[in-house]
Design a protein. Structure first.
Length: 232
């Protein structure tokens, strides 16, 4: 009798454990993310692969999908599970690819009005969302003016550029960005030598941990003021 009672107790504990595990480890499907993308953008997306080896996680699932409009790009999409409400929400960075050329052209134009010798690198961040399921597809103007768009770019200046003017030139760039209602993060690099400047590639985003004379990281907020600034 004691053994039967103990056995029943252990079975109950195991069952509760499984139930809790199911609750705390929600199942995600590729299809639900594709459905979100297809409905939002009125386009057929196809699954490529998980965003990394840790997917799906306990409360989110990140994947890359493909679009016929941008066949060379891997579009980031994500499902996030709310353990309290049981609801799921979605986000993605497809809007960043829709406006990629316009954003690059504008950032290059505004930057070179302040730094005529600048090389400008901009491509969408590969694993950072720029649009959510609870919002409509933004216009270009709306996209440029939101911090959630996660616009980040790199400015590379040649070794002969006068770095003593870095504060003055940054303020001039901030004013240009404000005039055009652009919220963004900026990496400003002053080259160590001309080879570094000549070999800089501007058409693809990479994490440029290059050694330079001066490096600044600046974040422009939605009020178009400098919210963060670091130089080293």
């Amino acid at each position: 009798m004691i053994r039967k009672t103990l056995s029943l107790f252990l079975c109950t504990v195991m069952l509760l454990g499984v139930m809790c595990g199911c609750k705390n480890n929600p199942k995600f499907t590729v299809d639900e993310i594709l459905e979100y993308m297809n409905e939002k953008y009125d386009e057929e997306f196809t699954y490529i692969r998980p965003a990394d080896v840790y997917q799906p996680g306990e409360y989110s699932f990140e994947i890359f999908v493909a679009s016929d409009k941008y066949p060379d790009e891997e579009i980031f999409a994500k499902c996030i599970y709310n353990s309290e409400t049981g609801e799921k929400r979605f986000c993605d960075n497809y809007v960043s690819y829709i406006y990629e050329d316009e954003v690059r052209d504008l950032l290059t134009k505004l930057t070179q009005e302040v730094y005529p010798d600048a090389k400008v690198k901009y491509t969408p961040l590969t694993k950072t969302a720029s649009s959510n399921s609870n919002e409509e597809i933004p216009t270009l103007e709306q996209y440029l003016s939101k911090s959630s768009s996660s616009i980040e770019y790199i400015i590379l200046l040649p070794d002969e550029h006068d770095e003593t003017l870095y504060k003055e030139e940054l303020n001039a760039l901030r004013e240009k960005l404000e005039e055009n209602k652009v919220v963004c993060m900026i990496n400003i690099l002053y080259s160590n030598d001309h080879d570094q400047y000549d070999s800089f590639v501007t058409d693809k985003w990479t994490d440029d941990h290059i050694i330079c004379k001066l490096r600044g990281y600046v974040r422009i907020g939605e009020d178009f003021e400098i919210k963060y600034e670091s130089w080293r």
